[in-house]
Design a binder for this molecule. Structure first.
Ligand code: PAF
Length: 295
């Protein structure tokens, strides 16, 4: 496994693979890898000839009062995990290599990046879109892999790629969960034991919302209210956002119809911000004749 800290040698190495006709998969990460990241790596390995994983805690996607400094880091452990998985290359640049000068160019995906979590974390998705766009230019992958837990991030990146005609296929990979349902996240390690136990309330709330939609509830407010009640029963949870949206456009839904919806939640536990999401396909509505319409 080759490790690159600078852009130029990585580009040189990748050029020879591309010339040999090999496909390149990119798994962008901020490190402190867990089973969720490894699911992305495994999928990339199954679908691409060469796999590059980037490890970069990107300062521009953290707000001034967020946890950039406290974000967990363990480069040696990450490299050992990636080497054991047979990754070809790791791009682990310094902040100076990625941002050698104050950036004058940013990528904003609006309004997608300003709604929902974008309201809780102003500027976050602009930082994400800009760094992912830089990574795409540096690595020029055929395919890039992102977790579905960060549902809005995935939507922002898909839209950026479509709008800017970037020649990369974006692959969303299902969320990997702990035994109690908590979505795997590098931030979970920062939870104190009480907060860690409390955080499983997010998966319980999403499960309850999912069951309501799947059993035919059409009123989004009723679904959100039921989820809010579950989360408010956990005193350690500080709810920051809770939304039910169209799963494709992320538009607000006035009445749940036949299109899949996504339930999105953001909450802090002992100062650690966690997010989770679940998509649900509503049951097919009865047609005017009373018979269920064909799928
Ligand atoms: O999801 C993440 O880990 C980050 O937001 C990403 C996509 C690597 C960009 O910094």
């Amino acid at each position: 496994m080759q490790i690159f800290e600078q852009i130029a040698p990585l580009r040189t190495a990748l050029t020879s693979h591309r010339r040999a006709g090999e496909t390149i998969g990119l798994v962008p990460t901020m490190g402190y890898l867990h089973a969720g990241h490894m699911a992305l790596v495994k999928r990339a390995k199954a679908e691409c000839d060469r796999v590059v994983v980037s490890i970069f805690v990107n300062p521009t996607q953290f707000g001034p009062n967020e946890d950039f400094a406290a974000y967990p880091r363990d480069r040696d452990r990450d490299l050992a995990m990636l080497s054991a998985e047979g990754v070809d290359g790791v791009f682990a640049p310094t902040v100076e290599a990625m941002y050698p000068r104050p950036g004058a160019t940013t990528v904003s995906v609006e309004p997608l990046g300003d709604i929902l979590i974008g309201k809780v974390r102003p500027g976050h998705f602009q930082g994400v879109a800009t760094v992912v766009s830089k990574l795409f230019h540096i690595v020029q992958p055929d395919r890039a892999y992102f977790g579905e837990k960060d549902f809005q991030q995935l939507a922002v990146i898909r839209r950026m790629v479509a709008d800017l005609d970037m020649p990369v296929t974006i692959v969303g990979v299902p969320t990997v969960r702990e035994a109690d349902g908590l979505a795997m996240s590098s931030r979970n390690v920062r939870l104190d034991p009480g907060s860690r136990a409390a955080a499983s309330v997010l998966a319980r709330a999403l499960g309850a919302g999912e069951r309501q939609v799947a059993s035919g509830e059409r009123d989004p407010d009723a679904v959100v209210a039921a989820m809010r009640e579950i989360i408010s029963g956990e005193p350690r949870a500080e709810l920051r956002s809770l939304d039910l949206c169209d799963a494709e456009t992320l538009d607000a839904v006035e009445r749940i119809g036949e299109r899949p919806v996504v339930l999105l939640v953001t909450a802090a536990f002992g100062g650690v911000l966690l997010i989770d999401a679940r998509t649900v396909a509503p049951p097919t509505q009865p047609s005017a004749t009373g018979a269920a319409s064909a799928a």
